[in-house]
Design a protein around this ligand. Structure first.
Ligand code: NAD
Length: 478
């Protein structure tokens, strides 16, 4: 691979629109050097008992919380939101505590007698990938840089992270905490865009990628070229089915929260809502009322419900999806146009009706606070509509009883189905789930597999009897 030169990039502040963060990108030589340093630190790290690695990570969590002021200030500037930035920091500390307590029980096993030949025993050994590369997106910069990193470190890997070039400010304070906790021989950062990401895939032994389907395809191809595993967590177009038996207040609360939290910039956001006809009009009215009450966190970041659109290019996609829907006959009940405040770009929750699957807003990932609502008559029809998507990240079903919701949920083609709530994978990480269709590839990042996938299984196979001679396989053997 040729050595790409170091260059400078600028990142935009989503609240002011100013490109006020300049940083040097890492070329292939810097990425390779960072990789070598982390590889050198990995064998001693892997030689520690998992409990000792857990202790070191728990110490890192404390140090990170000591660095909270700088980290949250940088995250706030990266994302234009305050409360979620705090939740990302607390969530990381909680995730370290969870994994540190669970990991010792997740890769165990001694000698087992063979079933086909009782004289042959086998035992597993768990070998971490020396260097895991993590490539993350801009929507939850800290969470999605660390979600795979924590279990990989606990498994005994070193990790090199490349955060999104759109939101890289947080990496500086996080790196300070890593250094202060003495983890810098195991955990490193390289900044940059696509070229740095490509270089990272060239330097690591397994790659965890979170981002768009388009980039995920490139990552999968590059990883295949190196014959290394790629764990891909990609986009979604999550449907929510609301049966007529649902509690109106609960269903509209869940739909609104799951669609507009973090300004809809979440992979597991609800992006399509299907409501059974007897409830449809009341649902649309109530959802619109609730959407109208949502406040921007402008001008005061200390108040309001939703922040600005982080990535300027995303704002163009939101506007395009709305105009495409309106041109094809959709009605806008509230919201509907981008707002400019203080240089930032904002979209209030936008409720649409009269939508169908010919519209982009019902077929392509929108990644914004847009709630298209469509009526259906039968459960069969709702299941069919929900499954009519090239994505299969997650989905939600609301009903009067859990039994009804479960009946529908079991037939949906997606990796995680929230019942009588929505987007629960953003709040609950204990259940193993994989991404279906174009939404991803590889083992679950949640539940026990989220740790176990960083350990390669090696088998020790011992014969307690005499080895078979070649004669046992001769053509004229008895
Ligand atoms: P993106 O694909 O544009 O970029 C993601 C990362 O890939 C960035 O760090 C980018 O610099 C890097 N990159 C770009 N080109 C590359 C290449 N050729 N090789 C290696 N790395 C490269 O995605 P984004 O716009 O930052 O994030 C939004 C997307 O992420 C949405 O589609 C969203 O659904 C998805 N996402 C998925 C999950 C999930 O868990 N499934 C979670 C959050 C976000």
């Amino acid at each position: 691979m040729s050595d790409t030169p170091v260059s400078m990039l600028k990142a935009r502040n989503p609240r002011t629109g100013e490109y006020d963060f300049r940083f040097e990108t890492a070329g292939t030589a810097e990425v390779a050097a960072a990789g070598q340093r982390l590889r050198a630190g990995q064998p001693d790290w892997a030689a520690l008992p998992v409990e000792a690695r857990g202790e070191r990570l728990l110490h890192f969590a404390e140090v990170m919380l000591d660095h909270r002021a700088a980290l949250s200030a940088a995250l706030e500037t990266d994302t234009g939101r305050r409360r979620v930035a705090g939740l990302e920091i607390d969530g990381l500390a909680a995730s370290i505590r969870n994994w540190a307590s669970q990991a010792p029980g997740l890769a165990t096993g001694g000698w087992v007698a063979g079933r086909s030949n009782p004289a042959i025993r086998h035992a597993p050994q768990f070998i971490p990938y020396p260097l895991v590369g993590v490539i993350s997106p801009w929507n939850f910069p800290l969470t999605l840089s660390m979600i795979d990193t924590v279990p990989a470190l606990l498994a005994g890997c070193s990790v090199l992270i490349k955060p999104s070039e759109v939101t890289s400010r947080f990496a500086g304070p996080l790196q300070d905490a890593v250094r202060a906790a003495g983890l810098d021989q195991q955990l490193g950062f390289v900044l940059g865009g696509a070229e740095t990401g490509t270089a990272l895939i060239g330097a690591c032994d397994a790659v965890c990628f979170t981002g768009s389907v388009a980039t995920g395809r490139k990552v999968a191809v590059a990883a295949a070229g190196r014959m290394i595993p790629a764990f891909l967590e990609l986009g979604g177009k999550d449907p929510m089915i609301v049966l007529a038996s649902s509690d109106l207040e609960a269903a509209t609360d869940a739909a609104l929260r799951a669609s507009v939290l973090s300004t809809g910039q979440a992979c597991q956001s609800i992006e399509r809502i299907y409501v059974q006809r007897p409830l449809y009009e009341a649902f649309l009215r109530r959802l619109t009322q609730k959407a109208e009450a949502v406040r921007l966190n402008w001008p005061d970041i200390m108040s309001g419900d939703i922040g600005p659109i982080i990535f300027e290019r995303q704002a163009g996609i939101l506007a395009h999806h709305i105009s495409d829907a309106v041109d094809k006959g959709a009605a806008v009940h509230t919201g509907g146009s981008l707002e400019h405040h203080g240089g930032g770009l904002w979209l209030r929750p936008t409720v649409l009706s009269g939508v169908d699957h010919s519209m982009l807003v019902m077929s392509e990932e929108t990644f914004g606070p847009i709630l298209p609502v469509m009526a259906f008559d039968t459960e069969e029809e709702a299941i069919d509509l929900a499954n009519q998507s090239e994505y299969g990240l997650s989905a939600a079903v609301f009903a009067g009883t859990l039994e009804e919701a479960e009946r529908v949920g079991r037939r949906l083609e997606a990796g995680a189905i929230s019942l009588n709530d929505a987007a629960l994978t953003g709040l609950f990480h204990e259940a193993e789930k994989q991404s279906f269709k174009l939404s991803g590839m590889g083992g679950s990042r949640m539940g026990a597999a989220g740790y176990q996938r960083f350990l390669r299984r090696k088998a020790l196979i011992a014969n307690t009897a005499r080895p078979a001679p070649l004669a046992a396989f001769s053509e004229d053997a008895p």
